[in-house]
Design a protein around this ligand. Structure first.
Ligand SMILES: [Zn+2]
Length: 296
């Protein structure tokens, strides 16, 4: 029986992983609840008709959630009969959400205590391009708004395990003992993206090369006006056109046929077809077309 990835995860019940998976989930739920409080703060400002203001380079609302909630609470008695119940509902929601956050903290507390007692290794991946793996979310190299992704499945493991799982992208501040070559690499995800881009480019280049044409000596193939003919398709179209022109303008026939011969040589050098066959086939088609059009 084959073992699927999921079964490996299920059987990987190291206590550090179990604890940190639960904490990571808890942490995600708290973040979601905090976001809801952020939305309520905005709504309460709107209820009072207060607009956002420019703060630095972005916009924000002037009051904290606590302050704006108190302002709305104070205004409740003077609100209209349809506005007041809506405001009341939003204010009640704050209490509900805060209770939920407290409950999440209470759930997390024994898990946090377990970690405090044992202090196993932890790994956090910064969620941007070229993000590093850190040992905590309070690394001095990160900014307050850095987006961390917890890697709980690595909890309790070594720096080498983290490098194997995600690439040589350890933060040298968080992991001062890590060899330099574990800190200055590229993540597996970024490497895979890079490889995919390179493969796509190679495919495009190959397709371009398949269509491309040059003179038999490898130099650019020029038309009679001196413009470069880049593709085999164009060369064939030019060859047919030249042979048709030779029929329409017999006085310049030699010039057109010489041009068609030059193109046929280039196509032949590329495809291995005989230049003579190319000319004969194109000549036959040109004559049929000429007859059709000349008698039309
Ligand atoms: Zn760090």
């Amino acid at each position: 029986m084959s073992t699927t990835t999921k079964e490996i995860c299920m059987s990987d019940q190291r206590p550090e992983v179990v604890t940190d998976l639960a904490l990571a989930e808890n942490w995600g739920e708290v973040a979601r609840l905090r976001n809801s409080l952020g939305s309520i703060r905005v709504r309460l400002h709107h209820l009072l008709g207060i607009r956002s203001q420019k703060v630095g380079r972005s916009y924000d609302y002037p009051h904290s959630l606590r302050t704006v909630a108190a302002m709305v609470e104070a205004k409740l008695p003077t609100m209209s009969q349809w506005e007041a119940p809506k405001a009341r509902e939003v204010l009640d929601n704050i209490v509900t959400i805060n209770d939920a956050i407290e409950a999440k903290y209470a759930e997390a507390a024994p898990l946090e205590r377990e970690y405090d007692a044992k202090q196993w290794s932890r790994f956090f991946l910064v969620q941007n391009n070229n993000g590093h793996i850190h040992s905590s979310m309070s690394c001095s190299t990160c900014y307050f708004d850095t987006q961390f992704g917890w890697l709980p499945e690595l909890s309790g493991l070594t720096e080498a395990d983290a490098v194997e799982a995600h690439g040589a992208i350890l933060c040298s501040v968080c992991f001062p003992s890590a060899p330099v070559e574990w800190t200055n690499g590229i993540s597996h995800v970024a490497q895979a993206e890079k490889d995919a881009r390179a493969a796509a480019k190679a495919k495009r280049d190959a397709a371009k090369a398949a269509k491309a044409i040059t003179a038999p000596d490898g130099s650019p193939l020029k038309d009679d006006g001196g413009y470069t003919i880049k593709t085999e398709v164009t060369a064939r179209r030019e060859m047919s056109g030249a042979l048709e022109n030779a029929l329409w303008y017999p006085q310049s026939g030699d010039k057109y046929r010489a041009y068609a011969d030059r193109l046929a040589e280039a196509i032949s050098a590329k495809t291995g077809e005989h230049a003579y066959d190319l000319i004969i086939n194109a000549q036959n088609k040109a004559e049929k077309k000429f007859k059709r059009e000349a008698t039309a």
